[in-house]
Every structure is written in C-alpha cells, then in structure tokens.
Write a new protein. Structure first.
Length: 92
C-alpha cells in the first residue's frame, strides 16, 4: 500500500491512499473507517476502494507489511491525481 502524507508537524494533516488492486489514489479520509491523526493508525484502519471494492487494512497482512509512506511538503503533492468523494445537492 502506498501512502502520501503531509504532517503538521506530527499529526497527519493530509493523506492520500492508493488501492493495492486498481492502483488509484483516494483521499484517505474518504475511504477509511476511522479518522487518521497519527501514522501508526494506518495499521488499524480498514480502507474500502470505491472503484474496485478491494478492502484492505489491518487484516490484509501482505499490504500492511509493505506500507510505503511518501512525506509531502505541499497539500497539492498529497492530492495529486486522486479520486475524491463529492457530495452534490440537487433540488427535487
């Protein structure tokens, strides 16, 4: 699992997570089952890819052994080329 993080200075400020199956990047807060504050919480969070349905996280030991964290200095670097959850309000 690949991860891009911007710290502020220690807690996670911005996070993007890559699905290990379809390899698309997502806002980690959109696809995780908990709020991520510290990087050790990556190993306790279950992610569900909204595109391919892959569930990965604490029970997926092959993914957790291979967490690669890329530390980013800018928010735009973290969210480069990600899919992000969008809510749309429409009048009925």
């Amino acid at each position: 699992m690949n991860v891009r993080i911007m710290y502020d200075p220690s807690p996670i400020r911005h996070i993007a997570v890559q699905c290990p199956d379809c390899e698309r990047w997502f806002n980690g807060r959109d696809i995780g089952d908990r709020e991520l504050v510290y990087d050790y919480e990556l190993y306790q969070t279950q992610f569900t890819c909204p595109v391919c349905g892959k569930v990965f996280g604490p029970d997926d030991h092959s993914v957790n052994r291979n967490v690669i964290i890329e530390e980013c200095d800018r928010q735009s670097d973290v969210y480069k080329d990600i899919y992000q959850k969008v809510e749309k309000w429409e009048k009925s």
